[in-house]
Design a protein. Structure first.
Length: 671
């Protein structure tokens, strides 16, 4: 099976022009089981997009014209369209993040908008809706009933039952929203800023960081807002002035250009909500979530803030006390100071030096440790996958179960100019039992290599496992029977829970001892891991307060039309809960990509955290390496994808409903 099969329509057209033999159109399964992720130029990106969308249009048109009795096969034909749209969105998203030049990335962003437009057209097709509504569900299995009922509800939410004129307005507004979301994220990707620093201002930073940041011809060191540059400065630079300059630059990315984009995006979303008969866009966005109303989301935020209030204030007071040792009389602490003084407290009061910890986490070892952890916990095998990649640094793997390939994935884990600068997983293919093998790509920006070039912070190891957890979820949910049952369709405020639960393993000594070694091969000391765990909880409640501040901002921005001054609105919403408050002179909203992808439901991260901690209680109680627990987690939480409601997945694994008790107990540990 070649990876160029998606281009067969154009290739066969060329052959047909030279010979009378009719072109053979590849089956949908053949299209979905291949990828074309290395387009040579923007024209190739456009051709790839065309190949998907022409097939989508043909399939949708055929379904709209279908007559006779609707059957389950009718829904399967719809589901094939959903699978094609998912594949098109996945390929376009990945190319937009990792393509080597801006023209190809821009072509991929244009494809993202076209795919979104095609999805909207499908969701507003009254003939398709009528056919699906006529599918008889009596006698079908639970997965079928779940996915068909959810699909019909999605059609209803999209406005399919409105009159033709209203549907046309919905389509136009949805298209504009998609264009604005893509532009918003594109502006962030293109908004890399730099600050200049005197070499002396790098005092306190790791030696390898200083070595990699040589002064230029002007005698100054250039430091970017990319995460690999940013995070070490915010944690280790003794220069308060440097931290403030870099923080200010980072929190003003894509400003002012994204301010107008965000304002129009929020206003257009509000218009769409009103057109759909909802009071605001937050109502639209939350209707299919576990926390399904803005009022419930606001109540959850208040509940979380109240639970952690005492602990967050305690954390802030400890940071201020440490600042006063350097600045007697200081009355408050700024956001660009919390990371630096937090690591000093861990070093001085918990005997944990993050720079010393780094020596045990070389990238190559960490990667191998992540793969081995998957083998151990999930009972699968992982081997290299021989396939073309878009950069020489990209690695490809296959996941096998019982000798059979059950998933394929890419690791694009190191920074490059123009590449997406954050960390995420891009689902490329939704697995369907017996038909389509799931595929995904992990995109991060970690240092590459061994102990000489690739040392990672422990927090980066945690991030690696978190994002890799999403990838595992894609792989192991690949045996559902419909593309529409894939894990990406689970209630989105559950989506982070499995990954957050998995993070706990990199705080376990027995897990770390398998791969955390220094350059001489010495395993990370047990007493160091114990100290790391004691220090782990310091500052957590304060960090959660910041997350609740973001959650309130995300929700508040979508409770009505935007205010004229989006920075002032951000400050009012965020600073109601976040500690420390937002400093003057920054515009965080313009560089906050989650406002495009998560809209009103950034609270997802904290809601998912409460679920993750509850799931973890069973591992703690029955054993982190207990194969029966790991298998139950795989089978009852990951494998079902979206074939069951998220609350049912939690209950199936825990044997009881979700509880917030584990989260409350966690907050009390930060002494």
């Amino acid at each position: 099976m070649t990876r160029h099969l998606l281009l067969l329509p154009s290739l066969l057209a060329l052959v047909a022009a030279q010979a009378p033999a009719p072109a053979i159109v590849p089956t949908i399964d053949a299209m979905l089981n291949t990828t074309a992720l290395t387009p040579a130029d923007p024209a190739a990106v456009n051709a790839l997009c065309d190949s998907y969308l022409s097939r989508v249009t043909a399939q949708r048109t055929a379904l709209e014209k279908e007559t006779g009795k609707a059957t389950l096969a009718t829904f399967r034909r719809y589901d094939d369209i959903a699978g094609l749209l998912g594949a098109a969105a996945g390929d376009a998203s990945l190319i937009a993040e990792v393509a080597p030049d801006e023209p190809r990335r821009e072509a991929a962003r244009a494809c993202q908008t076209r795919v979104s437009e095609a999805a909207t057209a499908l969701s507003l097709s009254r003939p398709v809706y009528d056919r699906l509504k006529a599918v008889p569900l009596a006698g079908t299995d639970a997965e079928t009933q779940q996915v068909v009922k959810r699909t019909l509800a999605d059609f209803d939410r999209a406005g399919v039952s409105r009159d033709e004129a209203t549907r046309a307005k919905v389509a136009a507004l949805s298209k504009r929203i998609s264009e604005l979301e893509v532009r918003f994220e594109g502006n962030i990707a293109d908004s890399r800023l730099t600050v200049k620093a005197d070499p002396a201002e790098l005092d306190g930073l790791p030696a390898d960081y200083i070595a990699a940041h040589k002064p230029g011809a002007d005698g100054k060191v250039e430091i970017s807002t990319d995460y690999p540059d940013l995070m070490p400065v915010m944690s280790y630079a003794k220069s308060d002035a440097l931290r403030q300059r870099l923080y200010t630059a980072f929190q003003s990315r894509a400003w002012p250009q994204n301010d107008a984009v965000l304002g129009e995006m929020l206003a257009t979303r509000d218009q769409l909500a009103k057109l759909l008969g909802r009071p605001n866009y937050a109502t639209v966005a939350l209707e299919n979530k576990m926390v399904d109303t803005p009022a419930k989301a606001a109540a959850f935020i208040e509940q979380g803030v109240a639970a952690g209030g005492t602990y967050a204030r305690r954390d802030l007071a400890r940071l201020l006390d440490r600042l006063r040792k350097d600045r007697p009389g200081a009355t408050d602490i700024a956001q660009w100071q919390t990371g630096y003084y937090g690591q000093l407290i861990r070093k001085e009061q918990y005997s944990v030096d993050p720079q010393a910890v780094r020596q045990y986490f070389a990238y190559d070892d960490v990667r191998d440790g992540m793969l081995q952890l998957t083998r151990d916990l999930m009972g699968v095998e992982i081997r290299p996958w021989k396939t073309a990649t878009w950069d020489t640094s990209v690695e490809a793997y296959e996941m096998l179960d019982g000798g059979k390939v059950i998933g394929r994935f890419y690791f694009d884990t190191h920074p490059r100019p123009g590449k997406y600068s954050h960390a995420n997983v891009v689902p490329l293919r939704a697995g369907v039992a017996g038909r389509v093998v799931p595929m995904a790509a992990l995109v991060t920006n970690f240092p590459a290599g061994d102990h000489s070039t690739g040392l990672m912070e422990h927090r980066d190891v945690e991030t690696f496992l978190h994002e890799y957890g999403h990838l595992i979820h894609v792989m192991l949910s690949g045996k559902v029977h419909y593309a529409s049952s894939n894990m990406s369709n689970i209630e989105w405020d559950f989506i982070e829970a499995p990954s957050q639960m998995l993070e706990n393993f990199v705080w376990d000594y027995d897990t770390l001892a398998r791969f955390a070694k220094d350059a001489k091969g010495n395993v990370i000391p047990r007493d160091l891991v114990e100290r790391m765990n004691r220090a782990r909880y310091f500052g957590e409640a304060l960090g959660d307060r910041r997350q609740f501040g973001f959650s309130n901002t995300s929700l508040g921005y979508h409770l009505g039309p935007p205010q004229t001054d989006l920075t002032a609105q951000y400050r009012a919403l965020n600073d109601r809960y976040s500690l420390p408050t937002t400093p003057a002179g920054v515009h965080p909203q313009t560089g906050w990509g989650h406002l495009a992808g998560y809209s009103a439901y950034y609270y997802t991260y904290m809601w998912s955290k409460t679920i993750a901690l509850d799931l973890w209680t069973r591992f703690e109680r029955e054993g982190l390496r207990n194969p029966a627990v790991a298998r139950a987690y795989r089978d009852r939480v990951l494998a079902p994808g979206a074939s069951k409601p998220a609350a049912t997945l939690v209950q199936d694994f825990l044997g009881r409903p979700l509880s917030l008790d584990a989260y409350t107990a966690r907050l009390a540990k930060g002494k």
